[in-house]
Design a protein around this ligand. Structure first.
Ligand SMILES: Nc1ncnc2c1ncn2[C@@H]1O[C@H](COP(=O)(O)OP(=O)(O)OP(=O)(O)O)[C@@H](O)[C@H]1O
Ligand SMILES: [Mg+2]
Length: 267
């Protein structure tokens, strides 16, 4: 176990995010078009095939690329710059972890708390180590020498150093062994249960829907289905495209690209 059962990580507040008519892309290439979604307290998962725009959505919400449209965090306009967004209470664990490989675990965590005063940063580091005892043991290890699963934990703990009200996770299980996938998803669930709203992109559809409260399905820059996770797991769009013929838990969303019918309404 990499985490202490019963832990309460970081901030809380059961934040709510409302997104209306969101567009974003890269230069002349518009990837997201008129997205509308609501992220309620708990754990929301976004599913979709490669290239659908899932990472683009999280990057736009984190201020890493420009966006148009309305984004409200607990009824307040979300700022545009990343450091202001972090201060407003939203943090991102990016696709591929993006740790500083030449820095130690402790240094990576401290960077996650760079916006808060030194004494508070030290308190949060202590809390992160209390909640992830294995990270304390590895505090002086260079992040780049850790396994993929270990690095993902560091990335999650680093994001929690900013005590977010809303945590975004981009494919936390990517490339991990099944046991580590389960552990990461359990941690996402615990973070949500402890009061931090979680918005998670995942390709591990079956497992993600098993831990999530709600889900959205994105294809080609738009949302094509949404609903409670249990209903989505049973819905035809998800079953056929993601859970269909292949019975493996590692069924990826890539197979969805072959399907074009989207019978599930957005609501
Ligand atoms: N920096 C970039 N410049 C130009 N186009 C980009 C850039 N990053 C992504 N894209 C394009 O935006 C579209 C959406 O990409 P995005 O990474 O958001 O998809 P995704 O749903 O996260 O896919 P995956 O499941 O593979 O991570 C793709 O067509 C991609 O080629
Ligand atoms: Mg992505």
């Amino acid at each position: 176990m990499w985490y202490q059962p019963g832990f309460v990580l970081g901030g809380s507040g059961r934040a709510r995010l409302e997104v209306e008519d969101l567009s974003a892309g890269y230069g002349p290439v518009q990837v997201l078009r008129g997205l509308k979604l609501e992220v309620k307290p708990g754990l929301t998962v976004i599913l979709g095939p490669n290239g659908a725009g899932k990472t683009t959505l999280l990057r736009a919400l984190n201020g890493l690329i420009p966006r148009a449209g309305q984004v409200l965090l607990d009824g307040e306009d979300l700022p545009e710059k990343t450091h202001e967004i972090v201060q407003a209470g939203m943090a991102l664990v990016p696709e591929g972890r993006q740790l500083f490989p030449q820095l130690t675990v402790a240094e990576n965590l401290e960077l996650g708390g760079w916006l808060v005063a030194k004494a508070e940063r030290a308190r949060r580091l202590e809390r992160a180590f209390a909640q992830f005892p294995k990270l304390r043991e590895r505090a002086q290890q260079l992040a780049g020498t850790m396994s993929g699963g270990e690095q993902q934990l560091v990335a999650v703990a680093r994001a929690m150093m900013s005590a977010p009200r809303l945590l975004m996770l981009d494919e936390p299980s990517l490339g991990l062994a099944p046991r580590m996938v389960d552990e990461l998803l359990a941690i996402a669930r615990r973070i949500a249960d402890a009061g931090t709203t979680v918005l998670m992109v995942e390709q591990n559809v079956r497992k993600a829907l098993a831990v999530a409260d709600r889900g959205y399905v994105m294809e080609r820059g738009t949302l094509v289905a949404s609903g409670p996770a249990k209903l989505l797991a049973r819905s035809s769009v998800v079953r056929e495209a993601y859970l269909g013929a292949a019975s493996s838990d590692t069924t990826t969303a890539a197979s969805a690209a072959r399907h074009s019918a989207h019978p599930e309404p957005i609501h």
